[in-house]
Design a protein around this ligand. Structure first.
Ligand code: SAM
Length: 249
């Protein structure tokens, strides 16, 4: 049984695709994907020795060594071009996910890949920007709560029409602000998540507002000149988030 977060990721995997799960840790996702018949073959990639050993053990115990190859290495270095149809990168920060994608892109490892399923723990906006700048079409997003934490899952596909479709997606139609604010909000909060209006989205941004309250309080106490500017920007940010939430809910 997968966690709700990884189940959401697994549900996006197109049946029949060959999977590469990067940063696989215990290889729970590839084991589930193969056992459930979703994918015929998978690679579990891991940079670090402990998680790599755990993945090897898990795959051996599941009797899936013939269909899941556990490989040790950095990011997409563990796969060859055209070897995987779906790449999943989950449970890391958005900056690291972008760094892995960018290196893989430079090395030609994304060639032939049909879908990316990404679950950043933070920095989701950086991932949306990377996808947009590299002409991956953002096709859907989900938000789930698990053990008091809220996670976003982004599903992007390779598409010849990515540019036009992304342009439309990030146009900000229906949003109440002027450009470039609308686009910034969509990249930050997620165009599909804003459409879906899940209660988790509201909870996530209310928690973010609380964090900003905390930051604002400590900046107010600071005597540094730069703190005044930072405080103004935090307040501006809070105002915008509140306006979006009021408009949305
Ligand atoms: N993907 C699993 C999940 O979502 O439950 C595991 C997430 S775990 C928090 C992140 C894993 O990514 C760790 O096992 C870590 O060793 C691995 N990792 C970090 N940087 C990596 C990289 N550059 N390439 C491959 N794996 C990496």
């Amino acid at each position: 049984q997968l966690s709700k977060r990884l189940q959401t990721v697994a549900d996006y995997i197109t049946t029949g695709h060959r999977l590469a799960d990067i940063g696989s840790d215990h290889a729970l996702l590839p084991v589930y994907a193969v056992q459930s018949g979703k994918v015929p073959l998978a690679v579990a990639g891991e940079l670090n020795k402990g998680p790599w050993q755990a993945a090897c053990q898990q795959v051996t115990n599941a009797g899936l060594s013939a269909s899941i190859d556990v490989r040790r290495g950095n990011g997409l270095e563990v796969i060859e071009a055209l070897e995987a149809d779906t790449i999943t990168i989950c449970g890391m920060g958005g900056a690291l996910i972008c760094a892995i994608l960018e290196a893989g892109h430079q090395q030609g490892k994304l060639e032939g890949v049909k879908e990316l399923i990404l679950q950043p723990n933070i920095g989701e906006d950086a991932v949306r920007i990377w996808l947009l700048e590299h002409d991956w079409l953002l096709q859907d997003e989900s938000i789930v709560e698990e053990d008091g934490k809220i996670y976003e899952v982004l599903h992007a596909v390779s598409s010849k029409q990515a540019k036009q479709q992304n342009d439309k997606l990030y146009k900000g139609e229906g949003l109440p602000f002027a450009e470039p604010i609308n686009r910034a909000i969509l990249l930050r909060m997620g165009p599909y998540l804003l459409q879906k209006k899940d209660p988790e989205l509201k909870r996530k941004w209310l928690a973010e507002l609380e964090k900003l309250d905390y930051i604002a309080a400590s900046l107010t106490q600071s005597e540094q000149e730069s703190a005044r500017f930072k405080l103004a920007s935090v307040k501006q940010d809070q105002k915008l988030i509140k306006e979006v939430l009021e408009w949305l809910y």
